[in-house]
Design a protein. Structure first.
Length: 543
């Protein structure tokens, strides 16, 4: 049986001991390989080396944000590079946080690929059962909880999405939500006057712009006409352009990318670190199968192919020429002709050009050195010139809270425990997608393959099961009481829980709920403004 590769990053020795004991108890010793890395001065290089082997699951205990310091930027870098390696998209990355506030301050990690979270507690047994199920699809003894059934309440969840790039006319949004309509609904936190939530989709892409979502959409900023009044659905163009001009020092220029097809994932880290100071980043694919849709979406200016690994397993040279397949795909894309670099290639460039008939092809006998890469990219940027730079889009830094937006998802809740939730949804949602729920407590849910027998009603859409996570022990008490109440007193709508109180009914009236929601929204906006201000202050202090 295949070895279960598990990686832990953190400083919590008690959790590490419980992690090791759990897997040693649930599986034979020779089936599990657990490695641990401490958050110390040299953690980054070790983490890069070990995570590039694509472990099945990575556990991380996050320090409080104030203690994370510069490590936060390094970790964003490692997480993003990891998710841009298409081979590692299936790696489950899960986190343990000091408290709810710490988890909320790290919400950008959730929008960058963190699948499951928990708050520090005395026992992690349930958390380890859940994450084992996420990584390996095996129920190894999850606790059974009281279940409220046949709830049939409509509700709105939110999916965390990412604003990948933007300019004065458009925004690029990566999301796990498949949107087949001409309109995309999203809540953004760009600045106070930006209240629009309805956007026209001007272009859809077959694969995401970044490596950790499933879909990508370009939407138009909804400007009002020259003689129209600004409404909650529109904004003046001058307002957006003024915001762009004022905040330009705090944005990245959206970087050009190149694409690597190589089985050695560690090279991706080397490449990204080499070009950290340039406006360049890399994606990595580990095989030469015929699915090259990501190339059309990303349109990398350069594609590197490992000539030595170019044969698909089980095929001979007479069956399939993967390099020709890549070139054929590129020639089918309109207005697109990237540089192709063949490395580990014994033949010279002219000979290869004659064979494949592609003009922009470079060959090298070894993996390109940093000096060679710099030379190639300098030539590219010289040709790109000021015209290309003037058309560049901007991007938020990965830890900028303005990067995260929320996409509403209408559901009908069917079952609820303090651990699981099931619901109908007319949209197709992928497994392991993370969404936010605000009732009865602020919590996250991660969609998983169901182990309950869920009935199907075609008119209601898909029936999903999700694991509740990101809750504290106090939240679990509220959930437990809420579930017990609706078991004995069925409800017609989900209602807000203010706080856990043994003497007080936790259900509020609709009017109280709406007032509390408005208060929470105001508090969230104020906290978001403070975080953005701190982020901008930190960035400018380093300039």
């Amino acid at each position: 049986m295949a070895t279960k590769e598990i990686l832990y990053l953190g400083m919590d020795e008690c959790f590490l001991l419980e992690l090791q004991a759990f897997y040693n108890n649930k599986f034979p010793l020779d089936e599990c390989h657990i490695e641990a890395i401490r958050f110390e001065s040299d953690w980054y290089e070790e983490f890069i080396a070990k995570s590039s082997r694509a472990p099945h699951i990575i556990y991380i205990t996050f320090p409080i944000r104030e203690a994370f310091g510069e490590n936060e930027n390094y970790f964003y870098d490692a997480l993003i590079v990891m998710k841009r390696n298409l081979k590692m998209r299936s790696t489950a990355i899960v986190g343990i946080f000091e408290n709810k506030r710490s988890l909320q301050s790290y919400q950008n990690f959730i929008a960058c690929g963190l699948l499951y979270t928990t708050i520090l507690r005395e026992s992690f047994y349930k958390f380890l059962c859940d994450t084992c199920y996420i990584a390996y699809g095996r129920n190894v003894g999850m606790p059974v909880f009281a279940r409220a059934t046949k709830i049939n309440c409509t509700f709105e969840l939110t999916s965390l999405a990412s604003i990948v790039a933007f300019d004065s006319e458009r925004l690029l949004i990566d999301t796990d939500i498949q949107n087949e309509e001409a309109i995309l609904h999203a809540r953004m936190h760009l600045f106070d006057d930006f209240k629009a939530e309805t956007f026209e989709v001007t272009q859809s892409f077959p694969t995401p712009q970044e490596g950790y979502f499933d879909y990508s959409y370009q939407v138009a900023i909804p400007y009002c006409g020259p003689w129209d009044e600004v409404t909650e659905k529109t904004i003046e163009k001058d307002t957006v352009e003024t915001w762009l001009d004022f905040n330009r020092p705090d944005f990245n220029v959206r970087r050009d990318c190149f694409f690597v097809i190589d089985q050695d994932a560690s090279r991706l880290y080397t490449i990204n670190r080499s070009f950290q100071s340039k406006e360049i980043y890399a994606f990595c694919k580990d095989d030469f199968n015929s699915d090259f849709a990501c190339i059309e979406t990303l349109r990398p200016f350069m594609i590197w192919l490992n000539f030595g690994h170019s044969l698909v397993e089980g095929q001979s040279e007479n069956d399939y020429d993967p390099i020709y397949a890549v070139i054929k795909y590129i020639l089918g894309c309109q207005n697109y002709q990237p540089i192709i670099v063949l490395y580990d290639c014994p033949s010279g460039g002219e000979a290869v050009n004659k064979v494949y008939g592609y003009p922009k092809m470079i060959t090298t006998q070894n993996f390109p050195t940093v000096a060679v890469l710099n030379e190639i990219t300098n030539i590219y940027f010289a040709k790109k010139g000021q015209e290309g730079l003037s058309k560049s889009m901007y991007a938020f830094h990965f830890n900028d809270p303005r990067r995260v937006c929320e996409i509403p998802v209408e559901i009908e809740i069917t079952n609820l425990t303090e651990h699981e939730i099931t619901f109908y949804c007319k949209k197709a949602l992928p497994f392991f997608m993370v969404m936010r729920c605000t009732v009865p407590v602020e919590m996250l849910i991660t969609i998983v393959p169901p182990w309950w027998d869920l009935p199907i009603t075609v008119s209601k859409g898909h029936h999903y099961m999700a694991l509740i996570n990101g809750v504290s022990m106090d939240d679990e008490k509220i959930l437990r009481k809420f579930v017990n109440q609706i078991i004995f007193s069925p409800i017609s709508e989900f209602k807000y829980v203010e706080q856990y109180n043994e003497e007080k009914d936790v259900l509020m009236s609709r009017e109280e709920y709406e007032a509390k929601q408005q208060q929470n929204a105001e508090e969230s906006r104020e906290e978001n403004r403070e975080v953005v201000a701190r982020h901008i202050g930190n960035r400018r202090s380093k300039l």
